[in-house]
Design a protein around this ligand. Sequence first.
Ligand SMILES: [Fe+2]
Length: 202
Amino acid sequence: MSTKTLKNIKKQVMEDDSVEDIMEEITGSEQEMEETEENDDEDEQMSSTSQEDPSVDTLIASLKTYLADSFSVYVKASYFHWNIEGPDFFQYHELLGKIYDDIQGTIDPIAENIRKLGGYAPGSFGRFQELTAITEASKIIPPAMVMFKELHDDIEKLIASNERSYELAEINHEHGISDFLAGRDGMLKKWRWFLRSTLANR
Ligand SMILES: [Fe+2]
């Protein structure tokens, strides 16, 4: 067994892959080991083939990414809520509070949907950073309008991530999940509208 394979097993044990996946890794053939060398990150491999292979595993991988995206936007909106300044402080502070509160409320249902499908939910900062398309906020506190623009662009990414999972849920006839994600599409587009309107004529 190669060092990289051992590293991969250790990584899976420490994170969110199933016992079956780990056993498969341990008992895998030489050929499987070679494939592992080429595709060190199983989630990445699944995401890249989502259009050709719309399996439940692909839906699980997509939901893991959506969970990581949602958690990252929740953290960033909270950070902006705490630190925003300006003459309209109270309104801005309240809007950011509503956004992070709404997104925070979706994190647990997304994780539980991953479990319902037989997957394991990621739950560490490192793992979320591996999975997410959302860039971490700067340590330097940005001006209010820069915060709103950044959050607007992140919400756009979250809408796209939500949509990918929605389509895969529909293909897999997971209508409970697609119904939940359809509701999220409406809310996320409402936040996008609020942020666009806040940014207008500046
Ligand atoms: Fe607050």
